[in-house]
Design a protein around this ligand. Structure first.
Ligand SMILES: [Zn+2]
Length: 183
């Protein structure tokens, strides 16, 4: 995987969302779980507008406190904040996301392929979360590792999970991953 710039995390306020309303289920992070959007992503689409729609759908239709994921990674390598990591995620499937930091990559990776910028940003985010919560590579898995009801995160991304873990480990060893207040 090619080296890339360290992404910054676009905050909820910056993309036009509103904070998670209380009450919400608190958690501490012991695992990191990777998802895909599951819909074909048009590279010309605006991510902030999509996230506003996703937040409204999550609350209005699903009755969840927020977007089900904690971080969203766009094909251009931008990382967007979803629900705060201090709040447990939500799912349509049978696994229990309590204690999991949930990362979602925009796209449908049964059909599309993650971009290199998206892969690099995801590896950086993994490394950052691993450092923050003292987590080894064995705590990183994907949605379908926990659920038989989904193909998420899609075959083309699932095949590269080992590569993501290895790149995150490389970043951690090189001590190039900066910690910031936004996480
Ligand atoms: Zn998923």
């Amino acid at each position: 995987m090619a080296a890339g710039p360290q992404p910054t995390i676009v905050s909820v306020v910056q993309w036009g969302g509103t904070p998670t309303p209380l009450p919400a289920r608190a958690q501490t992070i012991s695992h990191i779980t990777i998802h895909h959007q599951g819909e074909i992503w048009d590279p010309a689409a605006a991510v902030p507008a999509y996230l506003v729609r996703l937040q409204n759908w999550s609350r209005g239709i699903k009755g969840w406190s927020d977007i089900p994921y904690h971080y969203i990674v766009a094909p251009d390598g931008s990382v967007y904040a979803g629900r705060p990591w201090q709040i447990a995620g939500d799912t349509n499937t049978e696994y229990q996301p309590q204690g999991h930091a949930l990362l979602m990559l925009l796209g449908n990776f049964e059909v599309q392929h993650p971009t290199e910028a998206q892969m690099h940003a995801t590896a950086w985010l993994l490394a950052r979360l691993q450092n923050r919560f003292q987590l080894g590579s064995n705590t990183i898995a994907s949605h379908l590792d926990y659920s038989s009801q989904t193909v998420c995160p899609g075959a083309h991304l699932y095949a590269r999970l080992g590569e993501l873990k290895a790149e995150a480990e490389k970043l951690r060893l090189a001590q190039t991953v900066q910690m910031g207040p936004a996480l």
